[in-house]
Ligand binder design. Structure first.
Ligand SMILES: Cc1cc2nc3c(=O)[nH]c(=O)nc-3n(C[C@H](O)[C@H](O)[C@H](O)COP(=O)(O)OP(=O)(O)OC[C@H]3O[C@@H](n4cnc5c(N)ncnc54)[C@H](O)[C@@H]3O)c2cc1C
Length: 298
């Protein structure tokens, strides 16, 4: 099927895009077109106007300063995957980006499109939940900063308002010193061009990477495709904080994560299987984050 007829608009600034979003009846934003195109081709969405952000260069950037990492919404998955600066200070994001579909999707798809789509199986939503990111929204009336845990509300339903666009995402750097932190995005995937069955985004900060058994000071665990929104599992984090990632602590993580998730059954994985995988992948992802944290140099 082909999409229903629509008018294509190509603004060159954020202000221009927002003006059109406000003025036009039944308008939808277009980013990398890796999801919207499919939805429109199946006529599950039939907007009269598409406001195409591909000419809005000011939305494509990666900024790193002492306090935060900030990434523009039109930054492509490929750019995030290949960013040396992110690999150094926020490696969860390049690792999450590098596992999205194949190169053609990664060349076109954007951070903002993924957050706008809000698929609970998406890689960035879980990564941002683990990192306690903030979504920066903008409308003609001004800006709004929404913490990730308030942005995702229900299945593919967010706090984004009709007249707003996602301008950028930011993550505080202070809790993740690169010399004592390890991060891992681990997913179970049947094939490259599918969304994962379950993913686990984790981060671990240790007290002293040179110690024989470094102690976990801060742990983060967030799961994708395990509930109707990206799911942070703080109860499981508490099991490993203050430990040297003991076998008992990890066993408690497996149990806590498996009982916290509420996944939907799919053709290739029923709910029970996904619960088990979620617990096991949270554990494996934490183990890798711990190893990575212990390998860093002060
Ligand atoms: C075969 C295939 C496999 C995939 N596998 C994965 C995977 O494993 N993991 C994963 O995370 N993703 C996966 N994806 C999705 C991919 O990441 C998409 O690129 C992404 O979800 C949508 O980004 P986009 O830039 O293409 O957005 P578009 O398709 O252009 O837009 C998607 C939605 O976001 C809205 N939107 C776009 N930009 C903004 C903005 N700045 N502000 C507000 N709303 C906005 C649009 O209006 C639309 O509703 C896959 C996609 C395909 C086709």
């Amino acid at each position: 099927m082909k999409p229903a007829p629509f008018t294509h608009h190509r603004p060159e600034t954020v202000d221009d895009a927002l003006e059109r979003l406000e003025e036009l009846e039944d308008a939808e934003l277009l980013a990398g077109n890796q999801s919207l195109g499919i939805v429109m081709a199946n006529r599950l969405a039939t907007p009269d106007h598409l406001v195409d952000l591909n000419g809005v260069d000011e939305l494509e950037f990666i900024d790193v300063d002492d306090d935060a990492v900030r990434i523009g919404s039109m930054t492509r998955h490929r750019t995030i995957e290949r960013s040396d600066r992110l690999a150094e200070c926020m490696p969860l994001l390049p690792e999450a980006a590098g596992q999205i579909a194949g190169p053609s999707v990664r060349n076109q798809g954007t951070l903002g499109g993924s957050i706008g789509e809000a698929d609970p199986a998406g890689n960035y939503p879980a990564a941002l939940a683990a990192l306690e990111g903030t979504i920066h929204l903008r409308s003609s009336d001004g800006t709004r900063d929404v913490p990730v845990d308030e942005y995702f509300i229900a299945y593919m339903f967010t706090d984004l308002r009709e007249e707003e666009l996602i301008e950028s995402v930011s993550i505080p750097t202070e809790p993740f010193p690169s010399e004592r932190t390890g991060m891992t995005f681990l997913e179970l995937k049947r094939a490259a061009q599918t969304f994962p069955t379950v993913s686990a985004a984790t981060s671990i900060r240790v007290d002293d990477p040179t110690a024989d058994e470094p102690i976990v000071e801060d742990a983060r665990i967030a799961m994708a495709n395990a509930a109707d929104i990206p799911l942070r599992v703080e109860d499981a984090e508490a099991h490993v904080e203050g430990t040297a990632l003991s076998a008992e602590a990890l066993e408690a993580v497996v149990e806590t994560v498996a009982s916290a998730v509420t996944p939907e059954s799919e053709m290739h994985a029923d709910r029970e299987y996904k619960e088990e995988v979620a617990g096991e992948f949270a554990k494996r992802s934490l183990e890798t984050s711990y190893e990575r944290a212990a390998e860093t140099e002060i």
